[in-house]
Design a protein around this ligand. Structure first.
Ligand SMILES: Cc1cc2nc3c(=O)[nH]c(=O)nc-3n(C[C@H](O)[C@H](O)[C@H](O)COP(=O)(O)OP(=O)(O)OC[C@H]3O[C@@H](n4cnc5c(N)ncnc54)[C@H](O)[C@@H]3O)c2cc1C
Ligand SMILES: NC(=O)c1ccc[n+]([C@@H]2O[C@H](COP(=O)([O-])OP(=O)(O)OC[C@H]3O[C@@H](n4cnc5c(N)ncnc54)[C@H](OP(=O)(O)O)[C@@H]3O)[C@@H](O)[C@H]2O)c1
Length: 466
């Protein structure tokens, strides 16, 4: 770790989950002065079960579904004693040991939320904290996560229900299911885990599959499913094309388990990973239902006219990308459409960076680690962005690729293929270094701020961060 450099821009990191802590490390490594504010009393975000911030979506039975070798940061492996798919508390311990190993804990301000971020007339950021302080920064790294703000069914399901309704975000432990007639809505990973838990603890369990998915077991041919997901230029979809027949041979058609036949190829949706759901379906412990038509008092009525008497409906209908600390007219996201150059840089908001806003076939952490290094290089003038026109053209290409690759859905707006995206970031890092060399390594903060210098706070009112 370097001594803080007086000539470097001052940065603020929002959040110390797995994305924020690797951002903190990248800034500390390069001597960039920063503050990191974390709402919670600990690091780890989603992985800190029963996190005091109320934002964690973890539950007591949660294990990772990306294997530990895929999920670990490049500069600190997970302990070899860990299983391939550790439990949430082991993952939280790993993030704890990461900050302690690199001496980052004292660089993070805990139990301090960022309430508002705006810009001064001269283009600096003003960060207002939940203790009322306002501090000025040259740059803001947003790492507040994207799996904490529940997305409820849209449009809402008609009718009224006498029982209990919850979102998977509020699911913490199988005791919440015990003895109840449970309807689990969705076919993503939350739905798989909660339906499996319910199948052991509830009086009855139904799962609502409005669309068939390819359920992928955690091991394929004796290897963790993502063992072969390594950085490569070979299009990942080719690998998936090879995987589809393997799954047909080993797992078999989804219809054999009573699930609807998928209307798409493997890889056109975010992966639904579960070995246990197939077992529970095969044992008849979970009933499969089509889309809900209506909630009707003590029962749930489905599109095919069948019904379940129910006590509890758990909506496992995903999450919204939210930035409550930005004003709508400064930065906002509709329907999860977060459009960024290389998934990091908003084209018209220089000085603002997003870390961890990807949803990979693969894990988020190594991507967040590389993103953070690119941002650190950028802040020191060692990585330069291309022209606005080039960024926009690149974003357009990326969106076209994404539309071809994934089913249109609010859950697929920030989807990337881990293996190809890691190569794309490495290429981009080199290209940005070459551009910076051409421009004689000018730090970005001295560059014009374009239309982002919106009228706002008077700079002289706001103290500069230490
Ligand atoms: C149930 C579940 C299981 C998952 N399993 C996997 C998996 O196996 N593999 C994988 O790669 N991904 C998985 N994910 C995706 C998950 O998003 C990542 O694992 C990881 O948590 C992302 O880290 P993050 O730091 O970006 O966000 P988070 O973990 O959400 O951390 C964000 C941090 O920012 C802080 N924060 C938020 N707002 C503010 C504010 N205004 N001021 C200050 N601090 C703030 C929060 O307190 C929190 O500590 C899973 C997600 C869920 C919901
Ligand atoms: N480590 C783990 O094991 C684990 C566990 C849980 C979650 N996660 C991760 O957490 C993230 C979020 O996962 P998630 O499962 O919570 O959300 P998700 O991936 O967004 O899945 C939402 C599911 O709900 C369905 N859905 C949405 N609205 C519906 C409606 N009105 N009626 C019926 N179905 C509806 C979607 O179907 P459509 O596809 O038709 O829209 C989809 O199947 C993912 O990255 C996931 O991998 C990981």
């Amino acid at each position: 770790m370097q001594e803080a450099r007086g000539d470097a821009p001052r940065a603020c990191v929002i959040g110390a989950g797995s994305s924020g802590i690797t951002a903190v490390k990248a800034l500390a490594d390069r001597g960039i002065p920063f503050d990191c504010f974390e709402k919670s009393d600990r690091v780890g975000g989603n992985w800190a079960f029963q996190n005091s911030n109320g934002m964690s979506s973890s539950y007591s039975t949660l294990h990772i579904n990306t294997s530990r070798e895929r999920m670990e940061y490049a500069d600190m492996p997970m302990p070899a004693s860990y299983p391939d798919f550790p439990r949430h508390d082991q993952i939280a311990r790993y993030f704890d040991s990461y900050v302690d190993h690199f001496g980052l804990r004292e660089r993070i301000t805990f139990e301090r939320g960022v309430e508002h971020v705006s810009r001064t007339r001269d283009g600096d950021f003003v960060v207002r904290l939940d203790d009322g302080r306002r501090l000025r920064y040259d740059a803001v790294l947003v790492a507040n996560g994207h799996h904490w703000d529940p997305r409820w069914p849209e449009p809402p399901i008609p009718g009224s229900f006498d029982g209990e309704i919850m979102h998977s975000h509020s699911y913490k432990d199988p005791s919440q299911l015990a003895g109840k007639r449970v309807v689990v809505v969705g076919m993503g990973n939350s739905a798989m885990d909660i339906a499996v838990d319910a199948s052991y603890h509830a009086a009855s369990t139904s799962i609502v599959a409005r669309r068939g998915v390819h359920v992928v077991p955690k091991y394929i041919l004796g290897q963790p499913l993502d063992a072969g997901v390594r950085p490569t230029r070979l299009p990942f979809r080719w690998m998936l094309r090879g995987l589809e027949p393997v799954l047909r041979l080993t797992v078999g058609p989804m219809e054999r388990y009573g699930l609807p036949r998928p209307d798409h190829h493997l890889g056109q949706t975010h992966p639904t990973v579960s070995s246990r759901i197939l077992d529970r379906l095969a044992h008849g412990a979970i009933a499969v239902r089509p889309e809900i038509a209506e909630l009707a008092g003590d029962r749930v009525r489905y599109a095919d006219g069948t019904e379940d008497l129910a006590d509890l409906v758990v909506y496992c209908t995903g999450y919204k990308i939210s930035f409550p600390f930005f004003d709508e007219d400064f930065f906002s996201v509709q329907d999860n459409e977060l459009v960024l150059y290389k998934r990091i840089f908003p084209v018209d908001r220089p000085g603002l960076y997003f870390i961890g806003f990807v949803q990979p076939w693969g894990a988020i952490m190594p991507i967040a680690e590389v993103q953070s290094r690119i941002v650190a290089d950028h802040l020191l003038g060692e990585y330069a962005l291309p022209t606005r026109e080039r960024m926009e053209a690149d974003i357009e290409r990326m969106l076209r690729r994404q539309r071809r690759r994934y089913l249109a859905s609010k859950r697929h707006t920030i989807q990337v293929d881990f293996s190809n995206h890691m190569v794309e970031l490495a290429d981009e890092s080199r290209a940005g270094a070459a551009r910076a060399a051409e421009r004689a390594f000018a730090p970005p903060i001295t560059s014009p701020r374009g239309d982002s210098a919106i009228a706002g706070e008077q700079p002289e009112d706001v103290p500069t961060a230490a």
